[in-house]
Design a protein around this ligand. Sequence first.
Ligand SMILES: Nc1nc2c(ncn2[C@@H]2O[C@H](COP(=O)(O)OP(=O)(O)OP(=O)(O)O)[C@@H](O)[C@H]2O)c(=O)[nH]1
Ligand SMILES: [Mg+2]
Length: 505
Amino acid sequence: MEQETIVAVSTPVGRGGIGVVRLSGARAREVVAPLLRLRHELAAGRARFGEIVELDGSGPGRETNKDKCGDFSPSAENDNSNTQNDSCMTENDHTNAGPRVLDECVATFFEGPKSYTGEDVVEIAAHGSPVLLEYIVRQCCANGARLAEPGEFTQRAFLAGRLDLTQAEAVGDLIGSVTLEQARVAARQMGGALAKSVAPAKAELVGLIAEMEAGIDFAEDDIEVMAAERTAAKIAEVRAPLEALERSFAYGRVVRDGFRLAIVGRPNAGKSSLFNRLVERERAIVTAEPGTTRDTVAERVSMEGIPVEMIDTAGLREGADEAERMGIARSREAMAEADAVLLVIDATVGSTAEDRAVMEQGAAGGSGVIVAWNKADLVEEGDGGDAQAHISEARCGAPVSAAVWTSAVTGEGIGALRAAIVAAVAGGAGGVRAGGMLTNLRQHQAVEQAVRGLDPAGRAAAEGIPHEMVLLDLYESLRGLDALTGATTTEDVLRTIFSRFCIGK
Ligand SMILES: Nc1nc2c(ncn2[C@@H]2O[C@H](COP(=O)(O)OP(=O)(O)OP(=O)(O)O)[C@@H](O)[C@H]2O)c(=O)[nH]1
Ligand SMILES: [Mg+2]
């Protein structure tokens, strides 16, 4: 069944230097033909310069050169006469009848199946005037196209097998990226890095299933059924890379979604000073007076390419006035909502019961606590040993992801602090950065399903349970991997994924 031809403005809403209207479908060329007056016929992979004409001819546009030639027929499809009559564009024939030119344009034709969507695609680049672009879309609809749904171009690319589902998702991620690292990760995924990294495990799994199926099918013909240990070993081989991939989600998720870091601690520990260091500007007020920060102060920054929302909070203490007490309540809220907590301790004072409570609470809440032993510059050289002791104390006394020695005044340890924060949140993911990784919950669930299926399969195989039973689990695992790349995906899931895209993509 032939798909309808779809049309949409692919550039952002509003005015711009250039605006692009995109069409996809078997009738794409036919639909745009009456609107365009091109010097040369559309040809695959070629950009053609031309004009956009107003079909009823009543608009304010200037007269077309073609009008002057008197050879334009609105219903003509890519008429060759355009090409043939190029010479008359310079002639001076004053005929006022016929359509008027609204704009100049460049039209590019991508012939299916070697196009983004796998269908015929036409892109018209005109000036970025909303009324003009809307006019083009409206005329295309009048000529038989329909408005594209959000993400429909990419959905067609997926349905045509031009992209797998992880690649299609990466298109959305690339468009939505706010840091260069996010764009890099999305670009790698768009290139198929994730599908490539599951391919060997999937091939192994399919091979194992095939071998076991053959064992069952031919059991009666005396073909040796695979030995239990060999099956278990093979399952373990499939499992290891999938498990590594599952772990990559720790990094993939924070790169894609970013994270929230709450900076907490006793008054005057230097929270606002460190916050200013981390956001690289004097954003929060710093004074020598304890209780300076009242309301929370938030700022978005990029840390090693990961978007971080950093929140400076009021110092935690008892017996404060009403405004400060309200601020402290907000500090606690920020801590509860954060993905990670940076606990700042004044190293000249040392840690208090309040600090240890924060560490406990952070650990209980599941978010990592990073400790900054601040004011390092005020601690004497000879106290270096003490500092280490403080750090170990933090490590042993309560659960802490990392402890770093810093000075907000000299800048000492700020780089190490950044690295510790990223490592605590991204789960020491240095290794996964180069390859494919899981970047959203759907992908994570799919791989989780694959790994989950392997566990009972491995146990069953080891216990010598009949192959038919082991196979059921292996198929469950394979379904997870198929869902990951979209080989088997329900309509609902597809609709949810593509509806998050912008229109025109
Ligand atoms: N020498 C030294 N002084 C620091 C350092 N960090 C902060 N200070 C000073 O400590 C004082 C308090 O700093 P703030 O950044 O306001 O501390 P805070 O934790 O935000 O304090 P509250 O908002 O009151 O909770 C200021 O006088 C800072 O200049 C440091 O690393 N070394
Ligand atoms: Mg402060």
